[in-house]
Write a protein that binds this ligand. Structure first.
Ligand code: HEM
Length: 256
């Protein structure tokens, strides 16, 4: 299925983008903050619970990012943080899928040959690299379940601010968006928004932690703002904009 990421024709790209562009506006994205907050609560509670123990923070940040994307896309977390594991091997599967794509996409015609040839595909399937679950299948399945669940509750039309509800409320020439287009846009979010957000969070922590002067200055700015009653329990985007060191100095200094 051609998506905003794969399509090369600018006219088709514009047509795919038009119905969803508004949902990515700043005011619309801000309405999704409560979904991130509920995930932040689970994350913070887990960190408190695990205090003093060794954890893989990189994995936790990835679980957090995936759960946030699930929550904003269709109000359903994948449950990585609650289960404290890579649910249905989705993250591991994406990782190996991307490794495969990274190599094979250099010679795209190889893909048809590798997958179309019975013996080659059998050989590949036996490799540990290929033994992980198919993450796309799982994601598509979850997305379809969420669409079906939503359709069973039509009274909620237009009330929920998540992507699924928003797309369902959209009509073109009096017709609702097709199931195929819904799947396309919703699964795009999962693929585009999870790894990117996870790696950004990891990079921030990775560069911040060893850079003690930046870390301390940032911590002081946050604590001072908190003491002065300028921060909500889950700091909002608007509140972050009032923290100048976080805004500018952090991004520049952490990198140097
Ligand atoms: C820090 C996190 C993120 C980074 C670094 C990132 C990066 C990018 C980049 C580089 C592009 C390509 C832009 C272009 O070719 O013009 C892109 C496109 C896109 N991203 Fe993100 N992204 C992030 C988060 C997200 C999230 C959270 C979502 C959805 C919930 C998302 C959805 C999309 C979509 C739908 C497109 C396609 C836009 C189009 O083709 O018009 N991204 N992103």
């Amino acid at each position: 299925m051609p998506s905003m990421f794969t399509v090369r024709d600018p006219v088709v790209h514009r047509a795919l983008r038009r119905p969803v562009a508004q949902k990515f506006s700043m005011s619309s994205i801000k309405s999704l903050e409560p979904f991130a907050d509920e995930c932040t609560k689970i994350f913070v509670d887990a960190m408190k619970d695990l205090e003093g123990q060794q954890i893989d923070l990189g994995a936790w940040l990835q679980w957090y990012a995936f759960d946030v994307i699930g929550a904003i896309t269709f109000q359903r977390r994948f449950g990585f943080m609650e289960k404290r594991e890579d649910v249905q091997d989705m993250i591991g599967g994406l990782e190996s899928g991307l490794q495969y794509a990274g190599i094979v996409s250099q010679v795209p015609s190889l893909h048809g040959w590798l997958m179309g040839n019975f013996w080659v595909s059998k050989f590949l399937a036996a490799q540990p690299f290929f033994k992980v679950a198919d993450p796309l299948r799982t994601m598509v399945q979850i997305t379809q379940e969420c669409i079906d669940d939503y359709d069973r509750q039509p009274q909620k039309l237009g009330v929920r601010p998540d992507f699924l509800a928003w797309l369902r409320s959209k009509e073109t020439k009096g017709k609702p968006m097709s199931n195929r287009d819904m799947m396309n846009h919703l699964s795009n979010n999962l693929l585009a928004g999870s790894d990117t957000t996870a790696i950004s969070l990891r990079a921030i922590i990775y560069y911040l932690v060893p850079n003690r002067s930046v870390y301390k200055k940032l911590q002081k700015e946050v604590e001072d703002a908190d003491k002065n009653g300028k921060l909500s329990p889950y700091i909002t985007y608007a509140e972050c904009l009032e923290l100048p060191y976080l805004q500018v100095a952090l991004l520049m200094k952490v990198r140097t």
